[in-house]
Design a protein around this ligand. Structure first.
Ligand code: WTA
Length: 589
């Protein structure tokens, strides 16, 4: 990896933004009142005491997130508010979740699913997705959530690698599951649809209806598996980050101190459980705290988003810069039609929040979104701006109490303020991934600078201790907050009959942060044309996923590679920006 460590950082916040951004002392009616004091005295052991397992020794996240609330004054509290704005408008109490996840758990047991088995969910964002994930936990199996936009190749890679025994899906989505290529996959549990069932298929409804209302959770240890989230790196196919049950300690405390969740909150995490934000903070964080969560189905739509805040009187909103920018481009008039006054705190994740988007959200809600930095692999938020703390606009934040993130050079030496380097974390925080599924070598790569977990991001620290995210040091693409590996897109591209070679990069984009751009060398006999570009993009959409399809394609004679055959994405980026390509001595002829 080549990070220009030690160089002076570029200014993140444009001068105009900083000038208008007044830093003020903040109110302290927050759960975390004094960051400095907490950072110096905090001990995770104290958080462990908040969980029943610290007394009973019996561990299962479904007990902490559902059953213990169903046995408390929260029994009839709404855990999940759901609407898709069309057909469904529903509420589920903690007691409802206890019953439904119990029934589903019995159903899975009848199918022969056992502790430690992987069960995938491939569902649209509906209550059944949440019930399925928690039901899978109840029997001690490991959920593998797949994003509903995945197409056949993406589904095949993830179900194949995790060797999932069952997959909970719908009659529509099951068409993208190539059963014949997945020998481990024994059962498709189908949600909805009235048609006859095929081989290996069972109906979710029948499983739920024929089962008792109570299923005692499988009792696990804190080191047993919690969940596998597939995510992308700069090389190879997507990899499965396996988390352990103990991660709930991190989810709980960050939801309390960074999201600042309180008992009377209506919390809206806009992320899909196919991504880590949608489970760590769509399920584990809020529900271990016993908070009411709002979930909406359907596609992004500015009107619906504002309507959600108004309809449910959302108090805490957790979303991503791309969403804030898309709301911004829908204009102020739309925002002004809705009552957003219920909001009391907003956080942001997934990509850097640019000052313009931050200020715009502040303008329409009166609240500045607070950054939270973390990764699929870290499982929990690690660098945040806190509600009780003033922060400079554009900064990513400070390490969460009880964790330590910093900036180091190639040898792992901490750099002085203002110097650009690797953003790293001291290993040992509660939600750190336990392994990369079936790939110990990949796991080790994260720790190649001794003593540190390497995030792959570059950053610098300022004299006050704020960390400022600067970018990635590898080729991972972040488009609309979603992490996409160039290799996966390139593999999908070369499967198209016209494509001889393909190289893929992230190109800076005002709304999406980055868009996917492909450089393609065509096979003999194919002529470049606009139509062919569209055809190729469509091909990736239908084989991999819509968000992974290139929005821009350039046809080139040859894709630049090193003599050992590695695509030189640095050269592609230079081509794209019209900049000099730099040192090409390692390039093949
Ligand atoms: C980026 C999402 C700037 C970063 C939870 C990281 C951010 C990658 C921020 C992980 C932030 C996440 N500011 N960049 N607040 N949060 N990132 O695994 O590059 O999908 O390494 O996890 O997103 O992406 P992932």
């Amino acid at each position: 990896m080549s990070v220009p460590t030690g160089s002076a950082p570029p200014l993140t916040a444009p001068a105009s933004a900083s000038a208008e951004w007044e830093r003020k002392p903040k109110t302290i009616d927050a759960n975390l009142k004094d960051y400095r004091a907490a950072a110096s005295t905090f001990n995770w052991k104290e958080v462990e005491r908040e969980f029943d397992w610290s007394r009973t020794g019996k561990v299962n996240v479904v007990h902490e997130a559902v059953d213990r609330h169903a046995a408390s004054r929260r029994k009839h509290k709404v855990a999940l508010f759901y609407t898709d704005f069309e057909r469904r408008d529903e509420q589920y109490t903690f007691q409802d979740l206890k019953v439904l996840t119990s029934r589903f758990a019995h159903g899975l047991t009848r199918l022969g699913v056992k502790r430690g088995d992987r069960v995938a969910t491939f569902l649209p964002r509906t209550p059944e997705l949440y019930i399925a994930i928690l039901g899978i936990h109840r029997i001690g199996a490991i959920p593998v959530p797949l994003f509903e936009a995945f197409m056949e190749q993406a589904v095949l890679d993830r179900l194949g690698d995790s060797e999932a025994l069952a997959c909970v899906t719908t009659p529509t989505l099951k068409e993208r599951i190539p059963l014949d290529k997945l020998p481990a996959l024994q059962h498709l549990v189908l949600v909805g649809g009235a048609g006859s069932l095929g081989t290996k298929e069972v109906s979710y409804q029948q499983l739920i209806e024929g089962s008792p209302d109570w299923c005692e959770p499988a009792w696990l240890t804190i080191d047993d598996g919690l969940i596998i989230h597939y995510t992308s790196g700069s090389t190879g196919k997507s990899k499965g980050a396996l988390h352990r049950q103990y991660a709930m300690v991190g989810h709980y405390q960050t939801a309390k101190w960074a999201l600042d969740l309180r008992d009377d909150d209506r919390f809206w995490c806009t992320a899909d459980p196919g991504w880590v934000t949608g489970t760590s903070y769509g399920i584990y964080g809020p529900w271990t705290l016993g908070i009411s969560s709002v979930v909406i189905g359907g596609r992004f739509d500015p009107e619906r988003w504002y309507q959600t805040i108004q309809k449910y009187r959302v108090t805490m909103w957790y979303s991503a810069p791309t969403a804030y920018r898309m709301l911004m481009s829908a204009g102020e008039a739309v925002a002004r039609r809705y009552d957003l006054s219920s909001l009391r705190h907003i956080c942001s994740v997934g990509e850097p929040l640019n000052p313009e988007a931050l200020k715009w959200i502040k303008k329409i809600t009166g609240l500045a979104p607070h950054e939270t930095w973390w990764m699929t692999e870290t499982g929990m938020q690690l660098i945040c701006n806190y509600r009780s703390e003033d922060f400079p606009i554009g900064s990513t934040g400070k390490p969460f109490p009880g964790t330590y993130s910093t900036v180091v050079d190639d040898q792992g030496r901490e750099l002085p303020p203002g110097q650009l380097g690797h953003l790293v974390v001291k290993p040992g925080w509660p939600s750190m991934m336990q392994s990369i599924w079936k790939n110990p070598a990949k796991y080790q790569e994260y720790f190649r600078i001794p003593g540190w977990y390497i995030s792959g991001d570059t950053a610098y620290k300022d004299a006050e201790g704020f960390i400022w995210y600067q970018g990635r040091s590898d080729d991972v693409i972040k488009t609309a907050g979603e992490r996409v590996g160039p290799f996966e897109v390139e593999s999908a591209l070369v499967a198209h009959p016209a494509v001889a070679e393909a190289g893929v990069i992230g190109k800076p984009d005002e709304v999406r942060g980055q868009i996917i751009k492909a450089f393609i060398a065509l096979r003999k006999g194919y002529q470049p044309s606009e139509q062919l570009k569209q055809e190729i993009a469509e091909f990736v959409k239908t084989h991999l996923a819509a968000h992974a399809a290139p929005r821009e394609i350039d046809f080139v004679e040859k894709v630049p590679k090193t003599r050992s055959g590695k695509i030189m994405r640095r050269v592609l980026r230079a081509w794209d920006q019209g900049l000099p390509v730099g040192d090409t001595s390692t390039m093949e002829e």
